[in-house]
Design a protein around this ligand. Structure first.
Ligand code: PMP
Length: 372
């Protein structure tokens, strides 16, 4: 099988699996207890929080474990708006569906939203954001890296602008953390997810610059400094921290390798048909996420035919690919419904080889009916 859907979920590091297995067998105490087995869990969670904080260059008490980035995004958007006392929020149109749905939830409760579209390459300028700011703006949501196109936003410029204007800045950092060099210590809130970087699914974190700016999200216990109730996922937290450490260790080497693979894949795809386009081609992009428009075949059809050849790709985000709607990300970039529907994301990472990408291009060549 050729797996090219890393942006949806990535293969866990063997060391992560081993670490989690070990913890589940030997440190299964409820961290809230007062006996030695509970103490073991508490220490593991404390160390995992510390590891993530160091990698992010923040303080451990700013790291809150969650069930994933969907929860972290919901928490940040709902609670920051409710706590801030302001009624207006600025949201980037290509955000992940969990940011969008949380914002819509707030809108239904009387908050006002301004949606900002990117340019044709998927980029948002800070001038566009500045023009949308009003006296009652409380929150700005702009992701670090788009999960469908890999387009990177200027997190530093967004953070500086928000600070200057006295607005909170939430940044979905899922596809950035441990993958590229954006300054994730700057935003007020950052959402992270373990399974995008070789850790387990169902674990994530919300990084909060000032915990007094946010209110508790899940009630019913004193865990996570009283902000997020529920028995801690000890093995999950350790799996997340272990994966992040490993991903950071190989980050620069991996980035260089993925940039080379990405460049080769793009030119091989374009050589198949000059009308095949890379969506977001002229924007700064994270290596390893490529989204192509195909002139003669729908994204869904291509993905299904690739699946028959045991190749895994995705027509847009995994969270949206089952509803069959054309990508809101590509449409916000100005692609027509048809062009968005004819696009496919290939995302790859640590275990992807040059041979696998060559084989994928060969299979696509056959599907498109192009000769050798
Ligand atoms: N934000 C982005 C940018 C993502 O790619 C994803 C995963 N599809 C999420 C949020 C949601 O993360 P999780 O799967 O941990 O809920």
């Amino acid at each position: 099988m050729i797996y090219l859907d890393y942006a949806a979920s990535s293969p866990p590091y063997p060391q992560v699996v081993e670490k989690m297995r070990d913890i589940m067998c030997t440190s299964y105490g409820n961290a809230s207890g007062i006996h030695p087995m509970a103490e073991k869990s508490r220490l593991i969670i404390r160390q995992s929080r510390r590891t993530l904080a160091e990698l992010l260059e923040v303080q451990p008490q700013q790291v809150f474990f969650t069930s994933g980035a969907t929860e972290a995004n919901n928490w940040a958007v709902k609670s920051a708006m409710a706590a801030g006392g302001k009624r207006h929020m600025i949201i980037f149109a290509p955000e992940h569906s969990s940011v969008i749905a949380a914002a819509r939830y707030m809108e239904a409760r009387g908050f006002e939203l301004t949606w900002l579209r990117p340019d044709g390459d998927g980029l948002l300028s800070s001038e566009t954001v500045e023009r949308a700011i009003r006296p009652d703006t409380g929150l700005l949501c702009v992701q670090a890296v788009n999960n469908e196109t890999g387009v990177m936003q200027d997190v530093e410029a967004m953070a500086q602008l928000a600070r200057k204007k006295g607005i909170l800045y939430h940044c979905d950092g899922v596809q950035s953390f441990a993958h590229c060099q954006q300054p994730l210590k700057l935003p007020d809130f950052v959402s992270l997810s373990a399974h995008k970087l070789g850790g387990p699914a169902g674990v994530g974190a919300l990084i909060v610059r000032r915990p007094d700016l946010i209110s508790p999200f899940i009630h019913g216990g004193g865990q996570e400094l009283g902000y997020r109730a529920g028995t801690e996922n000890t093995a999950g937290a350790a799996g997340f921290a272990t994966a992040a450490e490993l991903a950071f260790e190989e980050k620069e080497r991996e980035q260089t390798r993925l940039e080379r693979l990405s460049a080769q894949f793009v030119s091989a795809m374009k050589a198949l048909d000059e009308r095949i386009r890379l969506n977001g081609e002229n924007a700064p992009r994270r290596a390893g996420i490529l989204n192509f428009f195909f002139p003669q075949i729908s994204g869904e059809e291509l993905v299904l035919r690739l699946a028959r050849a045991d190749i895994c790709a995705s027509p847009g985000a995994a969270c949206a690919s089952r509803d069959g709607a054309p990508s809101h990300v590509l449409m916000a970039m100005g692609l027509s419904k048809e062009a968005a529907g004819n696009s496919v994301r290939f995302s790859f990472g640590r275990l992807t080889t040059e041979e696998e990408l060559k084989e994928t291009v060969n299979v696509i060549r056959k599907i498109l009916g192009k000769g050798e």
